[in-house]
Every structure is written in structure tokens, then in C-alpha cells.
Design a protein. Structure first.
Length: 378
């Protein structure tokens, strides 16, 4: 518990620092914009003065006038910003009230700048009686400058807020799509478990009706299967090692029912067994091979499961010596459709499931999955 205050203070400090950095960056952008606007205005004023005057102005005199005008007006603009920016940051954030408060801030800022400007001229030697009457025109000039700065600042603020809203919407959309994808994957995975369970229970009931001893042996194998499967049945990822143990348990379960009619082999190198993959895909392919390929044949057949790496791709193969294509084995069953849907949802076009006829008979189902990195050698 003693760490909580320190952790809270650290998190608060980080958030505060991030906010200060964002404000500082915004103010620097504002200063840069004001500097550019004042520079352009100073150039424009000197061009106008040179056009009105009767005497020719040298290039050096022109730039000297621009620099002097720029310094004076930049100081005035920064003075007005000291009044306007706190109002923009701390005042009302939306609606008519914001525009009203900003208008008042512009009036006050222009008046303050006018007083400072006129006072500077008087202190510089100008006659006060002649200078103060020019204050309204000076105030109007500064008011236009302040209004321009506020208008552009508000336009930039609106653009930034729209961009932030779009980013937030995109982030929310991405989260929603991820949640939808996860929910869809859960539904697809949930389809497989009852599919396997109902088939097994139907076989178990049939065995109990014809051969009680074999039925009891099958029930024992089923319990063994669930001991392996249940602890991580809802996991989003599995490993080749866990899937291999599930396959062995499932095949032993089916061997109780089929006896010598079923033989199998599992060829997964120890170096590959730590690789992650979606759960129960291999099991679905093996179940499909037995149900549609081997079980309908009087002599049964063999199922072989293999895994290998092909560059950055994990290749999973389930081969059988069953009936092959034909009858109810056309590649479009519920289990195969489920695998294809899960592969698309998880990997897009980077993964695939293909079926091929074996010679002299049987099918080979191949799943190709992209791997982030090859496994370390055992």
C-alpha cells in the first residue's frame, strides 16, 4: 500500500508534464504565426508608404523601415497575446459565450496596446496634444491585427479539434472492430466444441447399447481428453505441444470405437512444439478425416499429422487414407468452413486451408499460418 501514493504522484506528474508540453507546443506555433503575420504586415506598410511618398527610397532605407516597423508591431502583438491567449485557453470553450468573451478580449488588448504605443511615442518626444487624437486610428489598427490573430487561431483550433475527434473516432472504431473480431472468434470456437462433443457422446451411447465394456473404455478415454482440454479450452491461443497431446488423446478415444480399423501417426519435432497457433484446428481436421474418410470404410484407415516450417510459414498437414472427395466429403462441411472463417478473421489473406487428393486414395488437408519469427533450436 505504501507504493500507491508514489505511483499516483508519478502518474499525475507524467500526465501534467504531457499537458504542459502540449500547451508549450501550441504557444510556440502561435508565436511563429504571429511573427510571420507581423513581418508581412510590416513589409506591406513600407510598400504602401514608399508608394505614397514622393521621394525615392533606397533598398537599405526600405529594409530599415521594415525592421523598425516589425520590432514595434511585434512587441505590440506579443503584448496583446498576453491578454488574449489566457482568455482563449481558460475562457468558455464553445458557443456564443466564447465569441463574446474573445471579442471583449480583443477590444481590451487593442486598447492596452494603443495606450502603450501612444505613451511610448510621447516619451520619445512627440507632442501629447497631437498624439492622443490619433489613438482611435491606432486602436482600430491594433484591433484589426488582434482580430486577425484570434480568427486564425480559432480556425486552427477548430481544425485541431476536428482532427483529434477523427483520431478518437478511428481509435474507438479500431477497438470496436477488435472486440467484434474477438466475439466472432469466440462464436466460431464455440461451434467446434459442441460439434466434437455431440459426435463423441453419440458414439458413446451407441457403444453402451452394443458393447458395455468398450463403452466404459471409451468413457475413460473421454475423461482423459477433458482433463487435457478443459483447463485451457477458452484460450485464444494454443501451442503445438498442447494440440499434439489433445490429438493423441482424441485418437486414442476413437481407437476404442474403431479398434484396429484406425491407426495414426503424429510427427511434430520438439523444436516446433512451443509455437503458438489457434486452438482445435488440427483436432477439427482429424475429426473430419475420421468421420468422413475412415469411418465409412469397412477397413478403416490411417491418419497422419505433421508440422514443419517453410521459411516464416508454419505448415500443418493432416493426411488420411479415407474415401477422398465424394459423398459428404466435398470440402464444405461445418468444421472446414469454421476453420476457414477463423483463419480469415485472425490472419486475413496471410493464412489458408487447402484440400488435395492423395494417391492412391485419401485426402490431405494443409493449413499455412504466418509465424512472427522462427523458433529457437532445441
Amino acid at each position: 500500500m505504501a507504493d500507491h501514493p508514489a505511483s499516483f504522484f508519478k502518474a499525475w506528474s507524467a500526465t501534467r508534464w504531457h499537458g504542459l508540453r502540449a500547451v508549450a507546443a501550441g504557444e510556440l506555433r502561435t508565436l511563429a504565426f504571429v511573427t510571420v503575420v507581423v513581418a508581412l504586415m510590416s513589409v506591406f506598410r513600407q510598400v504602401v508608404f514608399a508608394g505614397i511618398g514622393t521621394d525615392l527610397v533606397s533598398l537599405a532605407e526600405f529594409f530599415e523601415g521594415v525592421w523598425s516597423d516589425f520590432q514595434q508591431h511585434l512587441f505590440t502583438a506579443l503584448l496583446m497575446l498576453l491578454i488574449i491567449q489566457p482568455v482563449r485557453r481558460l475562457g468558455p470553450q464553445d458557443g456564443v459565450r466564447r465569441y463574446g468573451v474573445l471579442a471583449i478580449a480583443v477590444v481590451i488588448a487593442a486598447a492596452t496596446a494603443t495606450v502603450v504605443w501612444v505613451s511610448t511615442l510621447i516619451l520619445g518626444g512627440n507632442d501629447a496634444a497631437e498624439t492622443w487624437p490619433a489613438a482611435p486610428s491606432i486602436w482600430l489598427r491594433f484591433g484589426l491585427l488582434a482580430g486577425l490573430l484570434v480568427a486564425v487561431g480559432e480556425f486552427h483550433r477548430a481544425e485541431v479539434r476536428d482532427l483529434e475527434a477523427m483520431r478518437a473516432a478511428d481509435a474507438d472504431r479500431a477497438v470496436l472492430e477488435q472486440q467484434t473480431l474477438q466475439a466472432r472468434l469466440r462464436v466460431l470456437e464455440a461451434q467446434i466444441e459442441p460439434h466434437f462433443l455431440f459426435n463423441t457422446l453419440a458414439n458413446l451411447r451407441r457403444l453402451y447399447e452394443t458393447d458395455t465394456a468398450t463403452g466404459e473404455a471409451m468413457l475413460e478415454r473421454l475423461m482423459r481428453y477433458f482433463e487435457i482440454a478443459l483447463p485451457s479450452m477458452r484460450s485464444a491461443q494454443s501451442t503445438l505441444d498442447r494440440e499434439a497431446h489433445l490429438l493423441e488423446s482424441y485418437l486414442e478415444l476413437q481407437r476404442v470405437r474403431m479398434g484396429r480399423r484406425l491407426s495414426y501417426g503424429i510427427d511434430i519435432a520438439p523444436a516446433l512444439r512451443g509455437l503458438e497457433l489457434p486452438p482445435m484446428m488440427l483436432l477439427t481436421l482429424v475429426e473430419n478425416s475420421i468421420k468422413h474418410g475412415l469411418a465409412p470404410q469397412r477397413e478403416g484407415g490411417r491418419v497422419d499429422v505433421a508440422a514443419r516450417l517453410d521459411g516464416p510459414t508454419l505448415v500443418l498437414e493432416v493426411s488420411d487414407t479415407g474415401r477422398g472427395f465424394g459423398g459428404d466429403t466435398a470440402g464444405g462441411g461445418t468444421g472446414l468452413a469454421n476453420i476457414r472463417a477463423r483463419l480469415v478473421a485472425m490472419f486475413g489473406n496471410a493464412a489458408e486451408l487447402t484440400l488435395a487428393t492423395r494417391d492412391p486414395r485419401g485426402l490431405q488437408a494443409t493449413i499455412r499460418l504466418p509465424m512472427a519469427a522462427p523458433p529457437l533450436a532445441a
